[in-house]
Write a protein that binds this ligand. Structure first.
Ligand code: AQP
Length: 334
């Protein structure tokens, strides 16, 4: 009998156009894993509303994200691709898991602290319990592996803590998920402030490259990226700007850092930035073309959304039924 494939879950918020950081840190790895694993790739619109969103823009961004998932090469025949809000079991399990999560644990989350600083006028309960909803996303599908960027490592740790606590009270219920962080591109930094991560919701658009930026914009943003004054192309902690560009270059070309350092030995920052920009443009151009091709295909997209939600919902029900029984909810009469 064929061995069952291990399961992957991951998602992205439609909180803006996705960046080179989201792409290199997560999306690019998802496509590499789709043959070896059973994968669910979600558009986590419920997470996105933890920050105030314009409704029309949110809907548009969710669709753009779907197009980009497909354009980078996620195959809807091999993966379950769906909107989180179409599968209410995420919220149901989220509520239950809230009751097994301590405030002390949530207080330690660095993303919560960062977002509170950024959205001081809207520190809402959803922002605080975001990690619990993320735990529910993952545990709902008995996930083995979660491919994310470095910034999500802490959320994976709390997911494991919640699963472990629940399992120790009620017996084996949830699979213990492992984090998967790629070797390159795990943390792409903001171009003009290379000590903070590149984020799609950054107000300074010169800090980010989106997957849909045109070649001219990409070249300009990289030319303006912060470097330093010693003109040496070397990967080092005290050279965050240059190191970030080297990381981007290697992630899109597949070269290693020592190879790139040798390639640019003696070259000035001008030539280096041109090479990085051209490599990014070459990587993104086919994706942008694919997005445009897919855009008009409404029936095809609708079918992916419909069948994705249906398949995800069926899997989610299995875990949720098991959880209800364990915690003592009365059985539903169908
Ligand atoms: N700078 C980054 N480098 C590498 N990976 C990154 N990821 C995010 N930023 C970088 C990874 O992208 C995936 C999707 O993230 P998300 O949309 O769920 O939320 P996020 O981590 O909060 O991403 P952003 O871009 O920073 O969004 P906003 O601005 O809305 O908060 C995750 O796997 C993440 O690790």
């Amino acid at each position: 009998m064929a061995e069952e494939k291990k399961r992957i879950f991951s998602g992205m918020q439609p909180s803006g156009l996705i960046t080179l950081g989201n792409y290199l840190g997560a999306l690019n790895n998802w496509t590499k894993l789709q043959d070896e694993y059973d994968c669910l790739y979600c558009i986590v619109d419920m997470h996105a509303i933890t920050v105030r969103q314009d409704p029309a823009k949110l809907r548009k961004q969710a669709k753009e994200l779907l197009l980009q998932y497909l354009a980078v090469g996620l195959d809807p025949e091999k993966n379950i691709i769906y909107y989180q809000s179409h599968v209410p079991q995420h919220a149901e399990l989220g509520w239950i898991l809230n009751c097994y999560t301590y405030m002390g644990e949530l207080n330690r989350m660095t993303q919560f602290k960062d977002k509170c600083a950024k959205h001081a006028d809207n520190i809402n309960g959803g922002l605080y319990t975001y990690p619990v909803l993320m735990a529910s996303d993952i545990l709902l599908y008995q996930t083995d592996l979660v491919p994310v960027g470095e910034d999500q490592r802490q959320h994976l740790e709390i997911t494991r803590d919640i699963a472990g606590r629940f399992n120790s009270i009620y017996g084996d219920t949830f699979k213990m998920p492992e984090v998967y962080i790629g070797k390159v591109g795990a943390k792409i930094m903001a171009l003009q402030e290379p000590t903070k991560k590149m984020s799609k919701s950054d107000d300074n658009k010169n800090n980010i490259i989106t997957l849909m930026d045109d070649p001219k914009e990409i070249m300009n943003k990289i030319k303006r990226a912060m470097t330093d004054s010693d003109n040496e192309i070397r990967f080092s902690e005290d050279k965050p700007g240059v190191s970030n560009l080297l990381g981007i270059y290697c992630a899109v070309t597949g070269k290693t850092i020592p190879e790139a350092e040798r390639e640019f030995a003696g070259a000035g920052y001008g030539a280096f930035k041109t090479a990085v920009g051209e490599a990014v443009v070459a990587d993104l151009e086919p994706i942008q073309k694919k997005v445009k091709d897919l855009e008009a295909n409404k029936d095809y997209l609708d079918e992916i959304i419909r069948s994705g939600a249906e398949k995800a919902s069926r899997l989610a029900d299995r875990t949720l039924t098991k959880v209800h029984k364990k915690i003592g909810f009365p059985a539903r009469i169908r």
